[in-house]
Design a protein around this ligand. Sequence first.
Ligand code: ADP
Length: 417
Amino acid sequence: MALAKVRAGRGEQLRRGWLVVASASLLAALALGAEISPLFVAAGWVLILLSLLLSPSLPIIEPPEPDTPPAPLPPPDPLGDVCRAYAALDMPVMVLGADVNVQFQNDAAQRAFGEIATDSHLSVRLRAPGILDMVRETIATGQPNQIEYSERHPSERVFLLRIAPIMAEAEGQAEAPYYALSFRDISELRRIDRMRSDFVANASHELRTPLASLRGFIETLQGPAKGDPGAHERFLGIMLDQANRMSRLVDDLLSLSRLELKAHIAPSQRVDLVPLIGHVRDSLLPLAQELGIEIRMHLPEGRVEVTGDRDELVQVIENLIENACKYGQEGKFVDVYLRNEPSQPVELSVVDRGPGIPAEHVPRLTERFYRVSVADSRSKKGTGLGLAIVKHILTRHRARLIITSELGKGTDFTVRF
Ligand code: ADP
């Protein structure tokens, strides 16, 4: 379409007219040698100035010039357009011909599956028979199809593969036989699904054991031990332990779920760690005495402030010192260090001299329900959730947990703020 041009407005034309008239008359008068009075020259210049200042400039639209032909459009390239659009996507996409040869792959596909030469068969890169069957079916029927496909190398990935014909129909041409093969990465979804179902299975298992034990004792008290006061006392004590175990588990599960809800909200209070550590030590003294452990404090002078949530930090320190007392009992001492060096991050370390943790377990200790020995943890009233809670709290506090352990020497849990 030819564009209409905007040219000088009527005001502009008027102004130019006044200028020409005034200048011409002045020049004519001078050329004729006329004696011009200064009043006349001044009037002329006033006219020129007025014409410049007062004439409004109104744009007028000129009709399009009839003789400029429109630029010719490039010939239609429907597949090229489709490929250019796919190139901009961040999900892997390949374009296949009816011979199952790859005609195009975008950068995301290249990153996910490596380079593949144009016009080579899809099976060069994806050999799974399920994929080829699905592609052939779509080519035969023209109907879209999808399957789930997982790869183990170089890392475990799960994709939802979908194939659909491309409607690349140019005007006056037959429909081009091309097919778009797209890959939706659902590895993360699958991982979360698996974690959720593992978690539910673990939590139910942990609750089922004390529940089964409670039911067993109730049945015994109702039946064989009905009139036996000695058995009553013994069994009721065990039942209380089991009920306490269940409530510890439920408390820990609730703590975890509350922490998950606020995982993305960083705390804003300033908390002095020195009195907090002292308070936790006092509350754990009875346990330490029962286990024959001495908790030794190595705290700097003055305040050591960090940004955090007081109650959550108490929980972290409590879980770490309690674990050190329980699992490092043989070492007799648990040392708590607080370091606040200039231009260094604040560090809190809880060090025991227990048997240590075999290296293969260390990276998994903060997983929910992960325990080096389930029996050992249960006998020490553990739920397997303590370090998972610690990790959640520290993540919210933008702090790190560093675990170092040496067999036969002990374990060091350091929190770096
Ligand atoms: P639990 O409730 O079983 O104590 P945690 O999540 O607190 O659960 O700890 C997970 C596991 O890590 C424990 O069962 C134990 O096997 C191991 N662990 C934790 N702290 C120590 C430690 N200081 N020394 C040796 N092992 C430890």
